[in-house]
Write a protein that binds this ligand. Structure first.
Ligand code: DX5
Ligand code: ZN
Length: 217
């Protein structure tokens, strides 16, 4: 069964604590926090202060996805804020190895993220040092986009490298995930599913978390 990471990008910010407690009680293992800088992606969302405010109200794994150009300088602030996992986009830095080292040196789990247009080949040299790989299943920047089926082959490729080399990183998927699109991803080796609009856009978010889990039993 896949682990579920609701993305609070689609939550109700005015009633955020309620929306966070709802998914935690509903069985979500991770809380996905999308940090957008208005440069790497067009939108602006929130920063380390947001993570710091959430930390004391939840025991879920705080899964921070940095869609930030040159993230190295801001990583320590997210470590300090209480993130459990910090993800950096390989396209956003010339020094992916260094960025991952900074995360690990902070005692936090390190994740590398690849966009739909980026081949798995790009991250091969750092796969030995990561705790999680995020395969974007839409182009980052917005919630509510349509799943890109061509990304499934990359999940399978990554999973083959994981088995061949005895790596034990999680494979996360993010973008357009629902109870149907999660199935081919899970079959290809995905272990964590981010879902934003599918969960928080529903009248009953917990039913949607269960639907993702039921589809991957
Ligand atoms: C997109 C973000 C996603 C987003 C997913 O840039 O990285 O985490 O919240 O939203 P849905 O599930 O609606 O595609
Ligand atoms: Zn994300």
């Amino acid at each position: 069964m896949i682990k579920v990471a609701p993305s609070i990008l689609s939550a109700d910010y005015v009633n955020l604590q309620k929306d966070i407690e709802l998914v935690e009680q509903g069985g979500a293992e991770y809380l996905h926090i999308d940090v957008m800088d208005g440069s790497f992606v067009p939108s602006i969302s929130y920063g380390p202060g947001f993570v710091k405010a959430i930390r004391p109200i939840s025991k879920m794994v705080l899964d921070v996805h940095l869609m930030v150009q040159n993230p190295e300088h801001i990583i320590p602030d997210f470590v300090e804020a209480g993130a459990d996992i910090i993800g950096v986009q390989v396209e956003a830095t010339q020094h992916i190895h260094r960025a991952l080292q900074i995360i690990k040196n902070g005692g936090v789990k390190a994740e590398v993220v690849i966009n739909p247009g980026t081949p798995v080949e790009m991250i091969k040299p750092v796969l030995h040092m990561v705790d999680q790989v995020l395969v974007m299943t839409v182009n980052p920047g917005f919630g509510g986009q349509k799943f890109l089926p061509e990304t499934v082959a990359k999940i399978a490729e990554l999973n083959a490298l994981k088995q061949e080399n005895g790596y034990n990183f999680d494979i996360e998927i993010d973008g357009g995930i629902n109870n149907e699109t999660v199935v081919p991803c899970y079959e290809a080796g995905a272990t964590v599913a981010v879902a934003g609009s599918y969960v928080y856009g529903a009248d009953d978010p917990v039913a949607k978390i269960n639907a993702i889990k039921d589809a991957t039993k």
